[in-house]
Design a protein around this ligand. Sequence first.
Ligand code: SR1
Ligand code: MG
Length: 388
Amino acid sequence: MVLLQNTTYEPLTESSAAALAIRLRLFPEGSVLTVSEIGDGNLNLVFRISDHESGQSVIIKQALPYAKVVGESWPLTLKRATIEANALSVFKKLAPNYVPEVFFSDEIFAITVMEDLSHLTIARTGLIQGEDFPLLPKHIGEYLAKTLFFTSDYGLKPAEKKELVGKFINPELCKITEDLIFTDPFFDAPTNDFEEGLRKDAEKLWADEELKLEAALLKKSFLTETESLLHGDLHTGSIFANNDETKVIDPEFAFYGPAGFDLGQVVANLLFQQIANPEKQRKTSSQIRVFWKTFSQEYSKLWKEQNTDPLSSNDRFLAYLLEKYLQDAAGFAGCELIRRTVGLSHVADLDGIQDKVKRLDAKRTALQLGSKFIKNHRTIKSIEDLIG
Ligand code: SR1
Ligand code: MG
C-alpha cells in the first residue's frame, strides 16, 4: 500500500498516526493536528486525530499483536482488524443508521480509519453515570433485527450465505469467547479473576453439574450453529449513544453463530445496571422489553416481506424461531453475567461499586441470576419470563 511508508507491521505512535492521517489525505497538507490515544478497551490502540482549524476529526484504530489487557504473553492475530473492517462494511449496508463510516482499512498494518463518534458517549460509561439514552433499546433492537435477518439463510441466497460464512471464519477470537465465556468460569481456571469474598460462590458454580451441562449445551450452540453474522461482543462498551443516536462499534469478534448470542449479550449488559442499582429495576425491565419487542416486530416484518426460503416461510416457523432466539438469548445472557463476575474481563458497572459489602452482594446477584438463566433457558416462553 503506497500510502503507508513501511511494508511491515509496527504499532503506531501519536506522531506516526498523525503522519499517516496526512498521507491518507484525511486532512490537508500542513494541517496542525492534535492526536491522543484514547483506547480503553482490552485489545487495541485507538487514536483520535483532530484539526482545530477545520474542526474535522477521525479515529484510527490499530490492532496490537497481543491482548493489551494481559500483555505480550498473550499473542493475538492481527487478522481481527480485517474481520472488523469487513463486518463494519456488511453491517453498514444493512443498518446504516447504527454503524460508523469506515474511510480506509489496511490488512498489513491492521488499521481501520473511521468516523469519530466523540459527540456520543460509550453507553456503559453513560449508563453508570445515570444517563438515559431513551432510544438505545429500540435502536439496538432494530439494528439486530436487520443484521441477524439479512445475514441468515432467510435473508440471503444459499450461495451468498455460505460465502459470507467463509469470509468470517474467526477462530482466534472465537477461541477467546469459548474459553472466557463458556469454559473457564465454570472451573477453577487460571484465567479467572474474582475477589476472595466470592470464592465460595465461585466454588458453588464449579460444583453445579446441572449448570455445567446447560452451559455446555450453550457452548455447543456457539460452536456449531451458523445462523447469522454476529457482532460477537455486543456489550454496552461496544455501543456509542446520546439521546438521539446509537452506533455499534468494534465487531472484531464477528463470526457466523447463533443469533441469540448477540441478543443475550445486550440483555446481560443492560441487567448489570439493575444489579448494581436495584432501584433501576423498572427502568431496566422496560429497556429489555422495548429491545425485545422492537427486535421481534422488525424481524417478523422482514421475515414476512423478504424471506428467501419458501419452506420455512410461514407463521408457525417464525414463532418457533423467535422462541428459540429468546431461549438462546436467556442462556447466553446467563453466561455473560457469570463470566463478567468471576472470569477474566469484568464490567465497571459492578467493579465500580465502592462499598465492598454492596459490591459483593451485587456480584452474588449476578452469579445467581446468571445461573438461573442458564439452567432455565430452555423453558422460557416470553420476555416476561426472562425479566422475572
Ligand atoms: C482478552 S479479551 C477479553 C474480552 O475483551 C473483549 O472485549 C471480549 O469481551 C473479550 O472476551
Ligand atoms: Mg471490543
